[in-house]
Design a protein around this ligand. Sequence first.
Ligand SMILES: [Mn+2]
Length: 317
Amino acid sequence: MPTTLVDSRVNPRFAGLCTFCRWPRLADVVAEHRPVDWVAYGVPFDGGVTYRPGARFGPRAIREASQYVKPFHLEFGVNVAERLSLADGGDAPVKPFDVRDTAEAVASFAAGLGDPTSRLLAVGGDHSIAYANIKATWERQGRPSGGLSLIHLDSHLDTVDVIWGEKWSHGSVFRRAIEDGLVDPRRMISIGVKGPLNTGADLDYARSVGATVITYEQMFRDGQQTLAQFLKHQVEEKRPSYLTFDIDVVDPAYAPGTGTPSVGGFTSAEALALLRRLRGVNLVGADVVEVLPDRDPAGITSLLAAHVLFEIIALTA
Ligand SMILES: [Mn+2]
């Protein structure tokens, strides 16, 4: 069912309520008893960061930037809003002083969004918020044993065990998700990882559990082949796959507004092209995280994140 969109040729993009991509509020869609294909919601939380805070302001900035996201996908040749029913689910409740409590609050909020078949897209917030959306998605998928497949675009692996004596932070999120059976590490791929690292052992956990890691450098060598093979399996097996997009996978020259910037990396165009290669994957949930508006002078990071959100949705249109 199509999305009821405000026509920007009648009502300008700079007017009206500010929702993701000007989609209707979820409450309005539910009141009309319309099914929803994707619910995007904000998670204004940055209590899990190990460096610069400020991603709690990400959802607002991305909503604002997304007013300029148009619905027709040029490369796919589809009007995404006509193909899909999309809604803005508002912001999840957060507990600003506690990562673990926030994860629980967000997961239970997410569990109630839309109808049981709606896909969930969480907009962060720091990367720690991915745990809750992965958990809610895993439950929605009927708790597949072994966990969801994970496509992870990030400069960092986020599989550290303990940081500052804490097991819950944006640097540990996928280790916890793997331990809890939400993610199948043998069907996990981390793309765009960049150095330097704290220690070479940072890679050990991901490799020991069977995850595939493609560094940014490798993408221009044998990484392309590894990725193509991984995606071929994903498409053939139709495995429920979750996509997590940390904006710091993009070169800070293109995405400066982020808390743990890592120099080099994908241009914005390369990142969008990479996302488009995921078409055909059985995508069941996603997140876009780590946008830090205070470090984003011209708003380009938020604008990119808004378009990343659109590209993710468009993969299923
Ligand atoms: Mn991350």
